[in-house]
Design a protein around this ligand. Structure first.
Ligand SMILES: NCCCC[C@H](NC(=O)[C@@H](N)CC(=O)O)C(=O)O
Length: 305
């Protein structure tokens, strides 16, 4: 299982790096934030479908006559085979993308998704010494560790703190991603119109901070902070990722996005472990207070554009 998850991680995140680099190469100067918003929206539709569809798929296979006496690991295996079809769909889309890229290259007589230059060791050194890149990585990791692990443990949090029934807690927990799926393209469009990415990154961070404060210190309806968090997360993601393209030359974008995602994932791996242990040993109040402190790091490292 660990090998499978390792391969899955390499595949998924490499795909995300390529996707970001393509988006910048094709759309820089033309509604780039909206394009990132659209990507985000589709990714979050995928997360929401995954969160809500896998259990019913598993249950219906377990109940089917063909698997009536099958052990649970076999039912799980068949469920995962069904999920694999979405990966095949992704592969088909990647082939379609490769075709369009090749066609554009032929028609425009250029190297379509790149400048044609490749990264050199000197570029690599400059990139690694870039304070701006590390600041963006810092913002990214400090922000994302307050959202993804929160959604990861959200179901139990809503059930325990707000005494919600399982189904209602599931809906509440999906809301962050559902809202992000619905509003990210519009938010991306608005960011394009205003052109103030750093302002929006700060706004997204501060709003999320407010949501965690409401979760930690009040018993007011959790739907309000959850909805605000869905919007705030969309604001941050649609403004933060395109920011890299404003100061990293095109031939170094893939490397820059690779570094950003490595830092993000290292933080997420560590904080997911820590979240579990904080909940088990200290309870939800301490965990949410920890989330409350984390986004202060991105806020204090930003200044308006
Ligand atoms: N590709 C759209 C912008 C990235 C959004 C961001 N992505 C990640 O966190 C990546 N580690 C995984 C991915 O790009 O799917 C997100 O908020 O999902």
């Amino acid at each position: 299982m660990c090998i499978g998850r390792f391969v899955f991680g390499i595949g998924g995140e490499s795909l995300a790096v390529a996707q970001n680099t393509y988006a910048v190469s094709w759309f820089k100067g033309k509604e780039l934030n909206m394009v990132f918003g659209l990507q985000l929206s589709l990714a979050r539709i995928g997360s929401t479908v995954n969160m809500n569809a896998m259990q019913p798929i598993y249950d219906s296979i377990a109940k089917s006559s063909a698997f009536a006496d099958a052990p649970s690991y076999q039912v799980l295996g068949v469920s995962l085979y069904i999920a694999m079809f979405t990966c095949l769909f992704s592969l088909a889309c990647a082939l379609g993308l490769a075709f369009f890229d090749w066609r554009a290259k032929r028609i425009l007589k250029t190297s379509a998704a790149t400048t044609g230059e490749t990264i050199t060791l000197k570029d690599m050194k400059t990139l690694l010494l870039s304070g701006k890149l590390w600041l963006i990585c810092g913002i990214c990791v400090a922000y994302y560790v307050t959202v993804f692990p929160f959604v990861g443990i959200g179901l139990v949090f809503y059930e325990m703190k707000y005494q919600m029934p399982h189904a209602t807690a599931g809906i509440a927990n999906s809301l962050v991603y559902i809202l992000s799926a619905a509003c990210s393209p519009v938010i991306g469009f608005l960011i394009d119109k205003s052109g103030k990415n750093i302002f929006w990154v700060m706004a997204g961070t501060l709003l999320t901070l407010g949501c965690h404060a409401l979760f930690a210190f009040t018993f007011a309806t959790p739907f309000l902070p959850t909805i605000i968090m869905g919007v705030a997360y969309s604001v941050l993601a649609a403004s933060l990722w395109p920011l890299v393209s404003y100061f990293v030359p095109e031939n170094q974008l893939g490397t820059a996005y690779g570094i950003m995602q490595s830092v993000q994932n290292a933080g997420l791996a560590a904080i997911s472990q820590l979240s579990g242990s904080l909940v088990d040993n200290n309870g939800y109040l301490i965990l949410i207070t920890f989330y409350l402190v984390s986004p202060l790091t991105p806020v204090s490292s930003q200044h308006p554009q």
